[in-house]
Design a protein around this ligand. Sequence first.
Ligand code: NDP
Length: 332
Amino acid sequence: MTQNRRIVLAARPEGAVRPEHFRLETQPLPAVPDGHLLVRNRFLSLDPYMRGAMNDRKSYRKPQAIGETMVGGTVGEVVESRHPKFAVGDVVVGGFGWQLYGLSDGGGGLRKVDTSKVPMQAWLGPAGMPGVTAWVGLNRIIAPKAGETVVVSAASGAVGSVVGQLAKAQGCRVVGVAGGAAKCGLVVDAYGFDACVDYKAGRLEADLAAATPDGIDGYFENVGGAVLDAVLGRMNAFGRIAVCGLIAGYNDEPIPVQRFNSVLLNRLRIQGFIVSEVPDAWPPALAELAAKVADGSLKYRETIAHGLDAAPAAFIGLLRGENLGKQLVALD
Ligand code: NDP
């Protein structure tokens, strides 16, 4: 008999996440009541926000419950439907979490996607939540003008790579910051950034200065810590900073900021945002991003782990920067 397999949060991490914080469980498949559908998930998206959800503290989202399926975005096929709007074979993006099957009443943001021109898993990456995140932070907060310099941290990743390509298409000078020569090579050669600073090379301040001769007008922040400080030191008057993520601090490391005075000296505007709280941006962003994925003008990379059992190690790797591009799990 077919069974569902899922990964639950077994314990809350203090500091770094380890395999023992997760537990694999097997369950019978749920019955499908009237008005519901059953989805066989094919890809699971692993995202940095999941680290925050593992904590039990004040945040913009409620904590992941102990013993419950780990939260997460998924894409898969409808395998049984008693819902008028969904048919067997439809491909749907949902939030079924770290498990093979998901039962839905059609709500909770479940939506059909067209995989004729955009591959199924890209709806979790450049044509999905990470892409929309890039679009919102760039267009709604940084709002760059042609000729301005935009810097992006975690530039080789799912969000950062899209930010840079969108900014470049708007005529900006685009500089990425990423960890290691391989990631920086990808950022310049595949994604077309003008330059990339390897923050692990030990010359962050000097290399950032060399890459931003006219200063920085817009900064898309994914990381925090030393990179943020170096950027603050090069911001131009009336610069804008979109605070999207602070991954350097997700394992509870402190992320001190030394150059906060730049905010006043340069009359900066700094705004944090959560993409799920900007619903009006999703339709135009998804339309633009999916079209660019379909015509090949938006480049992206994926790191794919195979099998649900591989999800914890892949997630731990993501938090260590081991992924190249969007981290996915193929639920083979
Ligand atoms: P990525 O694909 O970029 O993967 C995470 C990357 O972060 C790693 O590859 C690594 O790149 C970098 N990183 C990991 N640990 C550290 C560390 N300790 N210090 C510095 N860099 C680190 O992830 P996403 O593109 O999915 O997410 C990027 C950011 O966007 C995250 O901060 C995430 O939380 C945020 N986000 C926010 C959303 C919102 O609504 N506000 C929605 C979606 C994402 P490298 O090796 O280059 O350092």
